[in-house]
Design a protein around this ligand. Structure first.
Ligand code: 13P
Length: 289
């Protein structure tokens, strides 16, 4: 039976092979099943992202672990899957490790660097002992996620080195990226920052948050410069929303048994699958499991 794995090995392979593994945030059963089935079809490693808000929504981290483990078995998933806390607090990281997540992010980017270092150091020791992976963040990612608003800063490469050297598995560094929609006047990713961060952090797999709406050429360039993990959330939500809206606007919920949730949520499910497929192919992780 497939079991959840740490993200370490899949990300080191991605870094060496010059592709990126997608982290797709999940919200419920349909999301989880759509991401897992698509990764399996494309023979791609995958990371399921769970924010603290989504964890609460899904009735707690233990429920999420139970659902994901159940699906790995009943859907016969053979590709490597990591279950990862996205933008976790220190306590959230402890709770997820306790519940059985195979990977956690501790987002200490809003703390002064010394506090970020102190808390990350403790979590490095704990995750190493447990054989799980740890993502840290330097320079907050812009936009809004779960009520946390960041300004889209560019990380300080020296601070990135300090956090990277603590022994985290992967490092998220702000390079002008934003969660959610990018404004029309967005100047694009700062490859200058990315190159400096890469030069300071060596072979540490780098993480690009805010994958929604970044033009394909910038995604490819970021991968060529050391990004090995790319997070996508909003784009799946938009795909689900558009397909569900169309189903209702076409009056399909009013015909026959169209009200059955298994039918009503079907188009949204298919739309998430299509989005995940597109991203996996863009990131180049298909066939790499
Ligand atoms: P988007 O919602 O912009 O795709 O960002 C996702 C993300 O970075 C999750 O951490």
């Amino acid at each position: 039976m497939a079991t959840l794995v740490s993200a370490k090995e899949m990300l080191e392979k991605a870094r060496d092979g010059k592709y990126a593994v997608g982290q797709f945030n999940i919200n419920n059963l349909e999301w989880t099943k759509a991401v897992l089935l698509t990764a399996e079809e494309l023979k791609s490693p995958v990371i399921l992202g769970v924010s603290e808000g989504a964890g609460k929504y899904m009735a707690g981290y233990k429920t999420v672990v139970g659902m994901v483990n159940g699906m790995l078995e009943s859907l016969n998933i053979t590709v490597p899957v990591a279950l990862h806390l996205d933008h976790g607090s220190y306590q959230g990281a402890l709770d997820c490790l306790d519940a059985g997540f195979s990977s956690v992010m501790f987002d200490g980017s809003h703390f002064p660097i010394d506090e970020n270092i102190a808390k990350t150091t403790e979590l490095v020791a704990l995750t190493k002992k447990l054989g799980r992976s740890l993502e840290a963040e330097v320079g907050s990612i812009g936009g809004e996620e779960d009520g946390v608003i960041g300004a889209g800063e560019c990380a300080d490469p020296d601070e990135c080195k300090k956090i990277s050297d603590l022994g985290v598995t992967m490092l998220a560094a702000g390079i002008g990226n934003i969660h959610g929609a990018y404004p029309e006047n967005w100047p694009g990713l700062s490859f200058e920052t990315l190159e400096k961060v890469k030069a300071k952090t060596g072979d540490k797999p780098l993480v690009l948050h805010g994958g929604t709406g970044i033009p394909e050429d910038q995604i490819k360039k970021a991968i060529s410069l050391g990004v090995a993990k790319i997070n996508v959330n909003t784009e799946c939500q938009w795909a689900f929303q558009k397909a569900t809206r169309k189903y209702i606007e076409d009056g399909k919920d009013l015909k026959g048994k169209g009200f059955d949730p298994r039918k009503l949520l079907g188009p949204g499910f298919d739309a998430i699958k299509a989005t995940v497929k597109e991203k996996i192919e863009l990131f180049g992780s298909n066939g790499k499991a």
